[in-house]
Ligand binder design. Structure first.
Ligand code: ADP
Ligand code: MG
Length: 311
C-alpha cells in the first residue's frame, strides 16, 4: 500500500537530523507551516539552492542513499566556497510515485549527510512528477567575512583542492555499468569541503566550488574580479589514470574548491592542507590581462572548451 503524503513526511522526513535542531537554533521544524529559526547576532547568513534532476545531474539507477547524499553535498559545496558553517537545509522532493523502500534508503543518505555536517532538515515540499531533488542550504559566517568570487588580485596564486576530473570519469564508469571504483565514489559521494572553506576565511581573496569545470568556474572568478589568469596544465592535480587534457581538467562535478590567495599565504595554505589532509595545489596565477590562458607542458597556449553548459 502506498503511503499518503502526510504520513510519508511524518514517518520519514520529520526526524532527519533532528539531533541538531537545538544546537542550530531551530524552534519549529518539519510539520508546521514554516520552519522558525532564531537569529544569530553578529553573523551573516549564507544561503544557496541546487536542483538535481534524474538523468541530467545523477542517474536514477544510483543507490537512493547516494542520490540523497549527493544532492545535499553539492548544495553544501557552495557554502564551503563561501567559507560558511552550515546550519540547516530544506528539501523539495519530486517523485513519480511513493515507493517506501526507495524513500527509506533515500532517508538513510540524508541522515548520513546530516550527521557528517551536524545539520537538521527543517522543512520541504513533496510533489509528484519526474524524479528531482532541490536542496536549499543555509549557513553563516562572521559578519563581512564570507569569501566571494570577487576579491582576487593580480599576482594572486590560484589553488585547487583534491583531484580534478575524477567525478566525471566516475559518471562515465557508472554509465558503463561498473561498480565500486574510486572515481564512482567521487561522483556519488562528493565531499563538501566545509572545513577547508572555513579555514580559508582571511586567507583566500576569492573562491568558487568547481561544479561545471575548473576553467569555466575559474572564469567566474576572473570576470567577477575583473582579471584574467594563467593556468599550467601540468600542475593541475588529477588521478593517474585520467589523461591531462583540456577536456579532463574542464569536466564538471568535482566539487573541489578553487581559490586565489596572495603569495605571502603560501606557508599557511600548506599547513591548512596538512592539518585537514586535503591536497591543495597551486595551478597558476591571476593576471592583469583579461584572458584565460591554459599553458601546456611545452609552454604553448591550448584551446580551452567551455565546460558544462546547462542549456
Ligand atoms: P503546506 O501545504 O502548508 O506547504 P506541506 O503539506 O507541503 O505544507 O508540508 C507539511 C510540512 O512538511 C511542512 O512543514 C513542510 O516543510 C514539511 N515537508 C513537506 N515535504 C517535505 C520533505 N520532503 N522534507 C522535509 N519536510 C517536508
Ligand atoms: Mg507545500
Amino acid at each position: 500500500m502506498s503511503l499518503d503524503e502526510h504520513t510519508l513526511i511524518q514517518k520519514y522526513f520529520s526526524d532527519v537530523g533532528s539531533a541538531f535542531l537545538a544546537e542550530k537554533g531551530v524552534r519549529v521544524s518539519v510539520g508546521d507551516d514554516a520552519a522558525i529559526i532564531n537569529n544569530t547576532p553578529e553573523k551573516e547568513f549564507v544561503v544557496s539552492i541546487d536542483t538535481s534532476i534524474a538523468e541530467v545531474h545523477f542517474l536514477s539507477s544510483m543507490d537512493p542513499s547516494d542520490i540523497a547524499y549527493r544532492s545535499v553535498a553539492i548544495a553544501l559545496s557552495d557554502l564551503a566556497a563561501c567559507g560558511a558553517s552550515p546550519s540547516w537545509f530544506t528539501l523539495a522532493l519530486t517523485v513519480e510515485s511513493i515507493q517506501e523502500e526507495w524513500i527509506k534508503d533515500f532517508c538513510k543518505g540524508l541522515q548520513s549527510v546530516c550527521d557528517e555536517f551536524r545539520i537538521p532538515l527543517v522543512g520541504g515540499d513533496t510533489t509528484k512528477g519526474p524524479l528531482s531533488i532541490t536542496v536549499q542550504v543555509m549557513g553563516y559566517c562572521e559578519e563581512g567575512c564570507s569569501i566571494t568570487r570577487k576579491g582576487a588580485k593580480a599576482g594572486d596564486g590560484i589553488y585547487v583542492s583534491g583531484l580534478i576530473g575524477s567525478a566525471s570519469k566516475g559518471l562515465d564508469d557508472l554509465k558503463k555499468g561498473l561498480e565500486g571504483t574510486d572515481e564512482i565514489l567521487t561522483f556519488t559521494r562528493p565531499q563538501a569541503r566545509i572545513e577547508l572553506g572555513k579555514n580559508l576565511v582571511g586567507i583566500a581573496t576569492s573562491a568558487i566550488d568547481i561544479s561545471d569545470g575548473l576553467v569555466q568556474d575559474l572564469g567566474h572568478i576572473c570576470s567577477q574580479s575583473n582579471l584574467g589568469c594563467e593556468v599550467f596544465l601540468n600542475k593541475v592535480p588529477t588521478r593517474k589514470n585520467i589523461p591531462l587534457t583540456h577536456k579532463s581538467i574542464n569536466s564538471g562535478d568535482d566539487y573541489e574548491i578553487c581559490f586565489t590567495a596572495n603569495g605571502l599565504k603560501e606557508q599557511i595554505i600548506k599547513s591548512v592542507s596538512e592539518e585537514l589532509g586535503i591536497p591543495i595545489t597551486k595551478i597558476g596565477e591571476m593576471t592583469e590581462k583579461k584572458f584565460i590562458k591554459v599553458i601546456d607542458s611545452e609552454g604553448k597556449d591550448i584551446e580551452v572548451n567551455a565546460g558544462y553548459d546547462h542549456f
